[in-house]
Design a protein around this ligand. Structure first.
Ligand code: FAD
Ligand code: NAI
Length: 468
């Protein structure tokens, strides 16, 4: 065999698996169909979206909040071209970083499209035109996902777009219609809303970010209504999208069963993503997929039905998140090296990088109710925080859900400034199976946003928050 481990796909799942396998002494190859490494997350996902979120947030603050802090400036103008240029530079820096890590760990990189010849052999159609076939004792499928688009949505990549195009627009839409008020809809809707677009959300479910704790969606909607020109249409199912090259018309059915239409100049389709296994020739290796097209894997080892072939990240079941893919990459590398690693899927946090940010870990209140588990609910609002009052970021709350009898923390849900970073305390506490009282007894620096976590934990323990 040429390699101990061949990895197809260089996203956060693939490249992290490659590094960990190399650290464990394996001879590793990674195959990436593009000329840049890092996958969806680095090139058209996590990193570029956060770069644009940060730029648009600076613009929004300059326009709406500098004055209240006593900073007087002329009305700022949004220069989208520069923002996109800066975003591209951020991505390029990170591409170089991943390339450096591959070299440092002596991982062989092939830029080309990989497909199975048999269970140990992968053919690479190289981006420079050549072809090469390599063999490996183990193969890790880390081919990720692509945006989900339905045929009646008439995707054209110009006016009817996905997140990929939305990260590279040439102009700020006047009126952006967002289909799906999930994570991408909320984040990219925020970007253009802050830059001045009117944003109309058309969502099938009854709230924004419907898979998260219900309070989060409601609070996020309230905040967005205050910060951007947003309109929300829930319980509304899109049936057709059409464009005449300048305008877009979205046809949908509302909860009364009536036909409704929305007109704008751009339409962002963000209704989820599909696992990507196109032309991978899984059949040649005998690898099974499930009823949703995801590579079927053993829940503990992530091995497919074929011995020595594993799959990780967006292409398998579970949350489509970069850090979930990374954990799975590490797990498979360690499994191949004979270790017995484990992932607590319940403790993988989810974050939405809107303003305010939303972050969650563990069970939602809806899930606890449905399971019949007796629980306590401790809340603390940002308005009562010294740090939030000082900065002017008073929207938001922390919710701590704990078992009614044992006080063990079962879930934490935060909407507010820096929620994305704050949730790590909830994850750590839950990883060590802390009680709400444990968390409430830990000293938290004052004044910080993190004090809201302590206060919510105290509220959950015995309704003994100090500042509410
Ligand atoms: P991917 O990152 O999709 O990588 C797969 C790679 O495999 C790609 O580079 C692809 O070109 C390559 N490939 C596929 N088939 C082949 C083949 N046959 N041969 C060679 N190469 C192949 N997640 C977060 O956790 N936080 C965020 O803030 C966040 N923001 C996001 C924002 C947007 C707009 C989007 C779209 C996604 C975001 N995500 C975020 C999700 C995150 O990007 C994915 O969960 C993550 O990239 C999955 O990693 P992966 O390694 O499984 O696959
Ligand atoms: P999503 O699953 O978050 O949201 C899709 C939304 O579209 C849902 O609310 C759904 O009810 C709605 N929908 C589906 N069909 C519809 C229809 N026909 N009409 C109207 N609404 C419809 O998926 P999204 O936002 O596309 O993101 C894809 C994935 O990327 C997510 O699973 C997420 O994990 C990942 N991602 C993560 C980010 C983060 O971690 N911050 C940021 C962006 C994406």
């Amino acid at each position: 065999m040429d390699f101990d481990v061949i990895i197809i796909g260089s996203g956060p799942g693939g490249y992290v698996a490659a590094i960990r396998a190399a650290q464990l002494g394996k001879k590793v190859a990674i195959i990436e169909k593009y000329n840049v490494l890092g996958g969806t997350c680095l090139n058209v996902g996590c990193i570029p979206s956060k770069a644009l979120l940060d730029s648009s947030e600076h613009f929004h603050n300059a326009k709406h909040h500098f004055a209240e802090h006593g900073i007087k400036i002329n009305a700022p103008k949004a220069d989208l071209k520069t923002m996109i240029g800066r975003k591209n530079e951020v991505v390029e820096k990170m591409n170089a970083g991943v390339e450096f890590l591959m070299k440092k760990n002596k991982i062989t990189v092939y830029n080309g499209f990989g497909s199975f010849v048999d269970k140990n052999t992968v053919k690479i159609a190289k981006t420079d035109g050549g072809e090469e076939t390599i063999s490996g004792t183990n193969v890790i499928i880390a081919t990720g996902s692509k945006p989900l688009i339905l045929p009646f949505m008439n995707f054209d990549g110009e006016r009817i777009i996905t997140s990929t195009e939305a990260l590279n627009l040439k102009e700020i839409p006047k009126h952006l219609i967002v289909i799906g008020a999930g994570v991408i809809g909320a984040e990219l809707g925020s970007v253009y809303g802050r830059l001045g677009s009117k944003v109309t959300f058309v969502e099938f479910a009854s709230s924004m970010i419907p898979t998260m704790d219900g309070t989060m969606g409601k609070e996020l909607q309230k905040s967005l209504k205050k910060t951007i020109d947003a309109e929300f249409n829930f319980d509304t199912k899109v049936t057709k999208i059409e464009s005449n090259g300048k305008e877009v018309t979205v046809t949908a059915e509302n909860k009364k069963g009536e036909e409704v239409t929305f007109n704008g100049d751009y339409c962002l389709v963000s209704i989820g993503r599909r696992p990507y296994t196109d032309k991978l020739n899984l059949e040649a290796a005998g690898v099974n997929v499930d009823d949703r097209g995801r590579v079927a894997v053993d829940d503990h080892t992530l091995e497919t039905n074929v011995k020595g072939i594993y799959a990780i990240g967006d292409v398998v079941r579970g949350a489509m998140l970069a850090h979930k893919a990374e954990e799975e990459g590490v797990l498979v590398a360690e499994t191949i090296a004979g270790q017995k690693p484990h992932i607590h899927y319940n403790l993988i946090p989810g974050v939405v990088y809107t303003w305010p940010e939303v972050a969650s870990v563990g069970a939602t209140e809806e899930e606890l109710k449905a399971s019949g588990r007796a629980y306590k609910n401790g809340k603390f609002i940002f308005k009562a925080l010294g740090r939030a009052t000082a900065s002017g970021d008073t929207d938001g709350l922390v919710k701590v859900l704990a078992d009614k009898e044992t006080d063990e923390i079962l879930g934490m849900h935060i909407i507010g400034a820096r929620a994305a970073d704050m949730i790590a305390e909830g994850v750590t506490a839950m990883e060590f199976r802390a009680s709400a009282e444990d968390l409430g007894r830990i000293s938290h620096a004052h004044p910080t946003y993190m004090e809201a976590v302590k206060e919510a934990a105290l509220a959950a323990t015995d309704n003994r928050s100090i500042h509410s």
